[in-house]
Design a protein around this ligand. Sequence first.
Ligand SMILES: [Zn+2]
Length: 442
Amino acid sequence: MSPALFLCQRCKEPLKLLQQQGGPLEVQHHANTPTEIPVSAESQVRTSGRPHSDGGRVSQGSALCTFTLLTSGGPDSEGGTTSQGNACCTFTLLGESASMRTMNTIQNTVLETFEILSDQKVVDHPLCVDCTDHLLMQLDDQLALLASDNQKYKSFQDRELLVSEEEREALHAELCAELSSLEQEEARLTQELEDLDGHHARVAAELRAAQAESKELYKQHEQHRVEYSVFKMEQLELMDQLSSVENQLTYALSQQYRLRQTNIFNATFTISDEGPLGVINNFRLGCLPGVRVGWTEISSAWGQTVLLLFSLSKIAGLQFQRYQLVPFGDHSYLKSLTGDGVLPLFSDGSHSVFLNNKFDCGMKAFLDCLQQFVEEIERDERCPCLPYRIHVKEGLMEDVWDSGECCSIRTHLNTEEEWSRALKFMLSDLKLILAWASLRYC
Ligand SMILES: [Zn+2]
């Protein structure tokens, strides 16, 4: 026979009815009590706490299951002790104690038990031991409560018997008045509750509107914050640019002031002398038997001299006649405007020593240009009086202030000393002209 499976109707713990090999049927508390409990042939069917005399026959007539039947009077102490002490009753059948006293009822019970054990009938209320105890405790509590109520009803009944008819009517009238007053109070409170519900609905609607507005304002606030950040960043960048521009302006103004204070001619050209030799920008112009000067340095000195006169003519707005100055470093030259070609103002010492060689013609042409510039500036009353006079046609420089000596600027049939002196005279005039131009144009 396969074991029957039950579930406790309260805690849903599984209950199993087992029948061991050749032995009586046992009930196992499947979940918590694995120990198999032997079913005693001794009757454990009890009514009202009293063992039934027919219990033996009940147990003999069927496959036995240990259980407890409770009557309306509840379990007595002995029954409770039996179910708890043995811990072998895993469910409880509730029934009437009176019906248990008849043989017919006992037979029905046995038959029902048999049907349950043979899976022909489903047990309505199987309970485990713990739940049975709990149920008994609840029934005890209900019984105690009912007893207390019964006691109270009896005391009220006794008191009512002592009250007179007039007092009862007066009390009734008083209670009716109090009931009416309470009904009015209830109506008022109901109306107030309805008002409060309406007010609550309006407040809830206002709250939802305020929350929506708050949400919109928060979005606007976030948008404004983002825009503020962008503008703030642009402002910082513009402030940086402004600061940079202001620094550049300050630097440009300082540079402008410094440049205005700078004399371009004095800063660019320096004319001095080194004994009998004239010097321009550290290049010596001329040479002596005891002071050998290379032709490269002489050509460079001539280039600086041409650049000086070219710059002076530019700032004075003078266009030279017959010649055009071309400053080109140590290869400067004059370009003839009358078809004489190019007249070099540089040499490597291999130039012709004959009359009117190109180098001599170039130096004479330069004197021609210098003379034109002197004539131009002599129109200014502040023009300096030059100590050396220029004779263009002869190519001479005359010392008009001192000895009246004339020195030829040509190399043809000339000595190095006289040539160098003539060049020094020329540079001396240019130095005075440079000083005058610095005051006049700068
Ligand atoms: Zn249970």
